[in-house]
Write a protein that binds this ligand. Structure first.
Ligand code: DGL
Length: 264
């Protein structure tokens, strides 16, 4: 069996990470899993997110993946260690790559993080940032309304702008010069966030940073595919048609077949 890379998220947001992976790894077989029947994870407990994540990881493992990418920031915050302990393949989350990029970008030492309620409450980003020498102040804020705004396609305009102003006001008043977009959906709002925060603040997209880490991990153990056409498979737990519609927006192109599966 040809071994692919599994990528999972609570829903469609992880397609931002998938897009970055496709760009970085054009020859790989990518298998995306979106848990659309149970999304959002951002308001759920650690116990539930961990259970869901393990079920998905086992499903993907049975399909013969060589590496698992936890595209969901909430799952990366709450379940990464359990996943690593339970799988025999490398597991890459989105937190470490983003934190490293933020640490390299900051001059003032004040770094912002925005994400779901569960991601911010878990303290996972804050803990990882606190361990970095160039970071001396962390400002973390949940921005839950950004997710439905993105899924509605409201990436700009008066409503999205008002919400962004409200959420980002305390960060704007600080000395923050790097902001981690700690949720799969937020990179879609990058132009809006840039217009609200100004050009001096570096926006860190965990998707593209993670894709670079995945490439490095595969290169390091000699498992990077360097030729041949890459392929894609999509699994979701509900609503294939809606996923296809949203995927077109997230990826900027059509997807191949989306299959609905039941877990566990
Ligand atoms: N994918 C989730 C994340 O990155 C956002 C959506 C949700 O709450 O499930 O945290």
């Amino acid at each position: 069996m040809k071994r692919g890379i599994g990528v999972f998220d609570s829903g469609v947001g992880g397609l931002t990470v998938f897009k970055a992976l496709r760009k970085e790894l054009p020859h790989e077989k990518l298998i995306y899993f979106g848990d659309t029947a149970r999304v959002p994870y951002g308001t759920k407990t650690k116990e539930s997110v961990t259970r869901f994540s393990l079920e998905i990881a086992k499903f993907l493992e049975k399909r013969g993946i060589k590496l698992l990418v936890v595209a969901c920031n909430t799952a990366s915050s709450l379940a990464l260690n359990v996943l690593k302990r339970n799988l025999d393949i490398p597991v890459v989350g989105v937190i470490r790559p983003a934190v490293r990029a933020a640490a390299a970008a900051t001059q003032t030492g004040t770094i912002g993080v925005i994400g779901t309620e569960a991601t911010v409450a878990s303290g996972a980003y804050q803990k990882a940032l606190a361990a970095i020498a160039s970071c001396d102040r962390i400002i973390a804020r949940p921005c839950p309304l950004f997710v439905p705004l993105v899924e509605e396609g409201w990436w700009e305009g008066a409503v999205a702008k008002a919400v962004a102003h409200e959420y980002l006001a305390p960060l704007k008043r600080s000395k923050m010069d790097a902001l981690i977009l700690g949720c799969t959906h937020y990179p879609m709002l990058a132009p809006l966030l840039r217009s609200v925060l100004g050009k001096k603040i570096r926006l860190i997209d965990s998707g593209s940073e993670t894709a670079r880490d995945v490439r490095a991990a595969l290169e390091a153990d000699g498992r990077l595919k360097r030729s041949g056409r890459g392929s894609e498979t999509f699994f979701v737990t509900d609503g294939a048609e809606r996923v296809k519609r949203l995927a077109r927006r997230f990826l900027g192109r059509r997807t191949s077949r989306v299959s609905v599966v039941r877990l566990p």
